[in-house]
Design a binder for this molecule. Structure first.
Ligand code: BG6
Ligand code: MG
Length: 226
């Protein structure tokens, strides 16, 4: 294992609640109600794709022009940015700081593969930017997760082969993207929703540098046998 590519929301910190609250506020202005069950579909999905899913839920999928939609997404982002102003190192999910440190000490390269354009700001607020060798810019992608592009690009930016990488995700769309990139996938969360991953663990504190290394070597050896 030469590199680990991390998702951000739900893996490094839990900003999903702020995305949800900001979208809920915007949607209700349009007369669309969203709940936490619907919100699951938005996890890992880009800002514009999330907006489209919300509009479709309200039967307004074709109602607005592209520039009107950009304005709505910008407004949501203004609210979201106010919400994340309070993010600080205490918002790192359990075990993540130790995991980043251990991987770095072992000489493993680290990359951020988040759909969020606010990723760099959030890493700064969490004071973990220095652990990352690269951050993929989601604004430059042709397709968002579940398309593998973001993980493929992360490996390219690190100069490593995808088969030498592990991707860590909490969303089904993200696991699909990691697998499609030809990497080993480690998922955090629900066993059933994330069943496509090479391994699913219940929480961030269950992920260690040793576990990632083990899952990578077992998965790579299995693929060679079959
Ligand atoms: C992902 C979140 O990490 O980033 C999604 O899971 C979000 O909910 C997406 O829509 C885009 O984030 P941003 O910060 O660019 O609006
Ligand atoms: Mg996530």
């Amino acid at each position: 294992m030469k590199a680990v590519l991390f998702d951000l929301d739900g893996v490094i910190t839990d900003t999903a609640i702020y995305h949800y609250q900001a979208w809920k506020e915007m949607a209700s202005k349009l007369g669309i109600e969203i709940d936490e069950v619907f919100n699951e579909q938005l996890k890992g999905v880009s800002r514009m794709d999330s907006l489209q899913l919300i509009l479709e839920k309200g039967g307004l999928g074709n109602r607005y022009s592209e520039s009107e939609k950009v304005k709505m997404a910008d407004d949501k982002n203004i609210v979201y940015k106010q919400m994340i102003e309070k993010v600080s190192p205490k918002d790192l999910l359990p075990g993540i700081k130790e995991l980043l440190k251990d991987l770095k000490d072992k000489g493993v390269l680290l990359g951020l593969a988040s759909a969020s354009q606010n990723g760099p700001v959030i890493l700064d607020r969490l004071e973990v930017t220095q652990y990352f060798n690269t951050i993929v810019n989601p604004a430059e992608l042709r397709a968002g997760k579940p398309d593998p592009e973001i993980f493929v690009k992360g490996a390219q930016q690190l100069g490593v082969n995808p088969k030498d990488c592990v991707g860590v995700e909490d969303a089904a769309a993200g696991v699909q993207a990691i697998n499609g990139a030809g990497m080993v996938s480690v998922a955090i969360g629900n066993q059933t929703t994330l069943a496509a991953a090479n391994i699913v663990v219940p929480a961030t504190e269950d992920v260690s540098a040793d576990l990632l290394e083990k899952v990578w070597s077992v998965s790579v050896n299995c693929n060679e046998v079959f």
